[in-house]
Design a protein around this ligand. Structure first.
Ligand SMILES: [Zn+2]
Length: 604
């Protein structure tokens, strides 16, 4: 197994693999990007081509291609091996793979796969459902690509199909396919007489369904409930089909509905994704941030759509992603525009997309002015626009965007008539005042990284000491500092057991660590994953620059800490002894001395 793992690892370009999920940029010998395993705004996720490993200096996530894929896709080792072998062009025999009993997730995935198969079969036998899709302008290729299906009218069609194929009904309920009867007498099909839209995870596996009614039944759209496979707040509809195009274009187009999304893909806008009946969340933004440079929002032109666009834009802005809002002609949605006027009309709308800041301020002006020229409004109304506009500008993270908003508001202030410049300055001062008072408000609680660091650190040891230990170990990798520290390794009283293990391993190498030209070779001498993780992190670390003086300083710090501990230990020992006993001890000592001395005198 180990050989196979090794063989696969050697053939996989880790930078390329990671780039499917994270936008990486070159940084010296390594590549850097935003960590996919915790939320961050500046990149601390490193990939080293030389080591064929990744390491996050933020959350401590670390490992090789297997570790990366298992974690990001939630795969078992066996699944990761299958996927990577395929990617590496290696043939795998099933029996060489480690055997695993299907766990709950795996059982639910199989259920979703079976249900999707069933619904697609049913669509072939349901002319009225086919007719509906054709009428909506969907081509057979699109129906195929999005795996659309039909849930027949009735209470137990899917239920019987699943029973015939030996699935348990309890699992099917957990997967959101069946619902339990209120009286506890059994289950029934959740989706009935509806077009089914399977929702996939990033690997293209079905995790949920959206379903649109073919009758007048409300609600028009029904979604799977949240299940162990499906979380609305992290899932985007169409993601598995769009990811390639998103990577190529470094941009994505977000819409709200299933059919809008499908029509966009059908017309060649294959970098589009849709939210699933929820607002865009921070989790969505985090996922997008790794891949895109900007996001286009294309929501309905009605009030609800505008509000949704503004909310989504704010979430994106907070994540540091520039958002542009695509304005559609009054009364149109992407689907109707595409069907009436084709791809060119939509392309034009995309080209005229406006930055979020501008969209927001225009929206405020439009709402307050109600179709009149804002410059001709009564002073009180103008003041309201300025007030709301300042509120809006205050929430924008970019100063340039803030300034653009103020420039739009300035003509609405009374001072503008005498001096436009003074009017703008007054607004700027007002905005600064508001921002300052907001800053004084209690700081929001910064969420801790979702992951606990991979390398637990002992509590009670000062951070500076932990860092000094790491830096001394790092110094052994650099020729200019290694000579100074290498001989000292056995003397150090390590506070972190893992550091002690690493020091021992480094001392046992056939040649000193800085003599290895191929860092991967060095890594192979370490048996344990935790040791490999920490050493590869040290190899990828580039700041502070290593120098003999820096290494010496770190050694010194460890030395002082060791002395301090020794003194403290002695003091503690003395304190802990019972004072009475101590007196007793001395009394006994003195008496015995007197006695021996006395006897010596008397006998002498
Ligand atoms: Zn991280």
């Amino acid at each position: 197994m180990r050989d196979l793992r090794e063989a696969i690892r050697e053939r996989i370009d880790l930078v390329e693999l990671v780039s499917d999920y994270v936008r990486l940029e070159r940084a010296g010998r390594n590549f850097k990007g935003l960590c996919p395993f915790h939320t961050e705004k500046t990149p601390s996720f490193h990939v080293s081509p030389a080591l064929n490993r990744f390491h996050c200096f933020g959350c401590g996530a670390s490992g090789d291609a297997f570790a990366f894929l298992m974690r990001i896709e939630g795969l078992s080792f066996r699944e990761a091996m299958r996927r990577l072998a395929e990617r590496a062009g290696l043939e795998l025999h099933e029996e060489t793979l480690p055997q695993e009993a299907p766990n709950t997730l795996e059982r639910l995935r199989r259920l979703m796969y079976a249900a999707n198969f069933f619904y697609r079969q049913c669509l072939r036998r349901a002319p009225h459902a086919q007719h509906y899709l054709a009428q909506r302008g969907l081509t057979p290729e699109t129906i195929q690509a999005f795996e659309l299906g039909y849930a027949p009218d009735g209470w137990n069609h899917l239920l019987r199909f699943l029973q015939r194929h030996n699935f348990t009904l309890e699992d099917a309920e957990q997967a959101g396919l069946l619902k339990a009867r209120d009286d506890g007498s059994g289950y029934y099909d959740r989706f009935r007489n509806r077009i089914t839209f399977p929702i996939h995870d990033a690997s293209g596996r079905v995790v949920a369904f959206g379903a649109r009614t073919l009758s007048d039944e409300e609600p028009k759209y029904l979604n799977s409930p949240e299940t162990p496979l499906f979380e609305k707040r992290t899932t985007l509809y169409g993601w598995h089909l769009a990811r390639g195009a998103i990577l190529r274009q470094k941009a994505t187009l977000i819409v709200e509905g299933y059919l809008d999304l499908i029509m966009l893909h059908q017309h060649g806008f294959t970098h589009s994704v849709a939210t699933l009946g929820t607002a865009l969340t921070e989790d969505h933004a985090t996922r997008l941030k790794r891949l895109v440079e900007r996001v286009y929002l294309m929501f309905d032109s009605d009030t609800a759509g505008v509000r949704a666009a503004l909310r989504a834009g704010e979430v994106l802005a907070q994540a540091g992603i520039p958002a542009l809002v695509v304005r559609l002609p009054e009364g149109d949605d992407p689907d109707s525009l595409l069907r009436a006027q084709g791809a060119a009309a939509l392309q034009r709308a995309l080209e005229h997309a406006v930055p979020l800041a501008q969209f927001g301020i225009e929206q405020i002006v439009r709402e307050q002015a109600g179709g009149r020229n804002p410059l001709e409004l009564e002073p009180a109304l103008k003041a309201q626009i300025v007030e709301r506009g300042l509120d809006w500008a205050q929430g924008l993270p970019s100063e340039l965007d803030q300034l653009a908003c103020l420039e739009r508001l300035a003509p609405l202030t009374p001072a503008y008539l005498t001096s436009p410049q003074a009017a703008l300055q007054t607004l700027q001062r007002e905005l600064q005042r508001r921002l300052r008072s907001r800053r004084r408000a209690p700081a929001p609680i910064v969420p801790l990284p979702a992951e606990t660091p991979a390398l637990p650190e002992p509590s009670g040891v000062p951070k500076a000491v932990l860092q000094a230990e790491r830096e001394v170990l790092r110094a052994t990798l650099h020729p200019e500092s290694a000579a100074r520290v290498f001989d000292q390794l056995p003397e150090i009283e390590w506070q972190v057991p893992l550091h002690a293990q690493l020091a021992t391993a480094l001392l046992a190498l056939p040649k000193p660590p800085y003599h290895y030209e191929d860092p991967a070779e060095l890594l192979r001498y370490l048996a344990d994953e935790p040791l490999q993780a920490i050493l590869s992190a040290l190899m990828m670390q580039e700041t502070p620059p290593m120098s003999p003086a820096w290494a010496e300083g770190c050694l010194q710090r460890l030395h002082e800490y060791a002395l301090r501990r020794k003194r403290a230990q002695l003091a503690a020992q003395i304190d802990s002894q019972n004072a009475e006993k101590l007196q007793e001890y001395w009394r006994v000592r003195v008496e015995s001395i007197e006695r021996t001395e006395g006897s010596r005198w008397s006998s002498g």
